[in-house]
Design a protein around this ligand. Structure first.
Ligand code: SF4
Length: 451
C-alpha cells in the first residue's frame, strides 16, 4: 500500500547481475531515505537508470528512455532523474548529458551508488546537476542494506572491477581495477542470508576467479568457496562470472568436493579460433579451453557447462568462425549466450577495422544458434525420465498455475503443484525436455523441508 506522504521512486536496470544487485542496494538505501517504490515509472518522483555499456543495444535503450523522461519532466518539473552504472563512467556520455540532456539531475559512478541519497539531496538543494563518477582510488563500499528481489536466492558481490582488459570490453574502464571484499565480511553476509532463510547465494564479480589476489591474507576463490560451503542452512552456492584462464585445478577440486557449490560452470569462450582469441586478449587457446572442459567433466560428472560467444569480431574469417563452430560441437555446451560484436567506444577493439558486414555477422549468429540449440535440446532430452532436486523460485512466468525452479545444473524446470512451494527444495521427475525449459512432475508429492 502506498504511503501518500512519501515520494515515489523507480529504478530501471540494464545489464548484468552486478547491476541488478547494485539496484537492490540502491532501492534499500532510497527506501531508508524516505522514498517508496513504484513499478510505474510514469508516476515516479525519482527515476534512477542503472545502465550497461557492454552492448550497443543496451546503450540505445537507455538513450531512448532518457528521451521519454525528458517529456515526462516537462510535464512534471519536480521529477529527479539519476543516471548511474557503466554508461555514466563514459566521458562521452557525461559530455552528452551536460550539453544535450541537462534535465538529468545526477550522474553517479559504478562504485559510488551508495552515495546516491546524498547526491539526490544535493541536486534538489542546489537545483543544479551533480556529477560524481567513480575515481580509480574509490574505496569499495562495506556491508550495505539490500532490498532482495527474491526471497529464495540472494546476490553477494565478492569482487569489484576487472584487470583483464579483453580488447572488446569496456568493463575495466567503467568499473575500475579489481578490488576484493574481505572474506570475513562476505562470510558474515552469507551467514546472515542463510539465517534469513535464503537457500541459495550467487557470488558476483566480473572475474570471481581473481578473488583475493589483491588482498594480503592467504585467500583465493577456492578457499572462499570452502569457507562458505560450511555455512549451515544454505543449500546452494553459485558464482558468476569465471574466466577460463584463471580456472585452476584447486578450484575444480574444491567444487568437486563441496556439498553446496552447484555443478554448473559458466565459462565464457568468446571465440573458438586462436587467432581471434589472441586479438581479444583472452589469455588462453582453444586447446587450453577444451582441456579445461574435459578436466571439469572428469572431476564433476553430470556438470553443465555454459558459455558466451561473440561472432563477427574484427578480422574474423570464415575459417575462424568454423573453428568456433567446431569447438562448440566438441565441447557440447548446455547453453550459449551468443552475441554479434559491436565496437565499444574507448576499447582497443574499437580501433580495429570492423570489417565483417552486418549480413555476415547475422548469418554466423544464426548458424551458431542452430548448432547450439540442437546440442542444448539433445543434452536436455537426456534429463527425461530422471529425477532432480529443484529449488523452487516462484510461479512460472509463462503459466502462473505452475511452479518454476532450477536444477543444480541451472536448468529451468516447470511443474504442477498445489501448495506454496516457493523457496522449497523438491524432487521433480522430468517428463519432457525442450531447448529452454524442462517440464516435469513432483515426485511422490514429497517435499523436502527448508534446510
Ligand atoms: S574478463 Fe574480459 S570480458 Fe570479462 S569483464 Fe574483464 S575485460 Fe570484460
Amino acid at each position: 500500500m502506498q504511503d501518500k506522504a512519501k515520494k515515489l521512486m523507480h529504478i530501471s536496470t540494464y545489464g548484468c547481475q552486478m547491476n541488478e544487485h547494485d539496484s537492490e542496494i540502491m532501492r534499500a538505501l532510497l527506501e531508508e531515505s524516505g522514498y517508496q517504490w513504484t513499478d510505474n515509472i510514469h508516476e515516479a518522483d525519482l527515476v534512477v537508470i542503472n545502465t550497461c555499456s557492454v552492448r550497443e543495444h543496451a546503450e540505445k535503450r537507455v538513450l531512448g528512455l532518457l528521451g521519454n523522461l525528458k517529456h515526462q519532466k516537462e510535464k512534471k518539473p519536480g521529477l529527479i532523474i539519476a543516471l548511474g552504472g557503466c554508461m555514466a563512467q563514459n566521458p562521452e556520455i557525461q559530455e552528452f548529458i551536460r550539453k544535450k540532456a541537462p534535465y538529468v539531475d545526477v550522474v553517479f559512478g559504478t562504485r559510488n551508488y551508495h552515495k546516491l541519497p546524498a547526491l539526490i539531496k544535493e541536486a534538489e538543494e542546489t537545483m543544479s546537476n551533480v556529477f560524481e563518477p567513480t575515481c580509480e582510488d574509490e574505496e569499495i563500499p562495506g556491508i550495505l542494506p539490500v532490498h532482495y528481489a527474491s526471497r529464495v536466492k540472494a546476490y553477494v558481490t565478492i569482487i569489484y572491477g576487472c584487470n583483464n582488459f579483453c580488447t572488446y570490453c569496456i568493463v575495466p574502464y567503467t568499473r575500475g581495477r579489481e578490488k576484493s571484499r574481505p572474506p570475513k565480511e562476505i562470510y558474515e553476509e552469507v551467514v546472515r542470508l542463510a539465517d534469513q532463510g535464503f537457500l541459495e547465494v550467487m557470488l558476483l564479480g566480473q572475474n570471481v576467479n581473481s578473488y583475493g589476489k589483491d588482498l594480503e591474507e592467504d585467500i583465493n576463490f577456492a578457499k572462499l568457496l570452502k569457507m562458505l560451503d560450511r555455512i549451515p542452512g544454505l543449500a546452494r552456492i553459485r558464482y558468476t562470472t569465471s574466466h577460463p584462464r584463471d580456472f585452476t585445478d584447486e578450484l575444480i577440486d574444491t567444487i568437486a568436493d563441496s556439498e553446496k557449490v552447484c555443478e554448473h560452470f559458466h565459462l565464457p569462450l568468446q571465440a573458438g579460433s586462436n587467432n581471434i582469441l589472441k586479438k581479444m586478449n583472452r589469455g588462453y587457446t582453444r586447446e587450453d579451453y577444451f582441456k579445461l572442459t574435459e578436466k571439469i567433466r572428469q572431476r564433476v560428472p553430470g556438470a553443465s557447462i555454459t558459455t558466451d560467444i561473440i561472432v563477427g569480431f574484427p578480422g574474423e574469417t570464415d575459417e575462424d568462425f568454423l573453428e568456433t563452430l567446431d569447438l562448440v560441437r566438441r565441447v557440447r555446451f548446455d547453453a550459449a549466450y551468443t552475441f554479434i560484436y559491436s565496437p565499444r567506444y574507448g576499447t582497443p577493439a574499437a580501433k580495429m577495422k570492423d570489417d565483417i558486414s552486418q549480413e555476415a555477422k547475422k548469418e554466423r549468429l544464426k548458424e551458431l544458434n542452430q548448432v547450439q540449440n540442437q546440442i542444448t535440446l539433445e543434452i536436455n532430452q537426456a534429463y527425461e525420465g530422471k529425477t532432480f532436486e529443484i529449488l523452487v523460485e516462484g510461479r512460472s512466468k509463462t503459466n502462473s498455475d505452475r511452479w518454476s525452479g532450477r536444477t543444480r545444473t541451472n536448468k529451468i524446470v516447470v511443474f504442477d503443484g498445489e501448495e506454496d512451494l516457493e523457496g522449497k527444495l523438491v524432487d521433480v521427475e522430468i517428463e519432457c525436455a525442450r531447448t529452454w525449459t524442462l517440464f516435469g512432475f513432483l515426485k511422490n508429492e514429497q517435499k523436502k523441508r527448508n534446510l
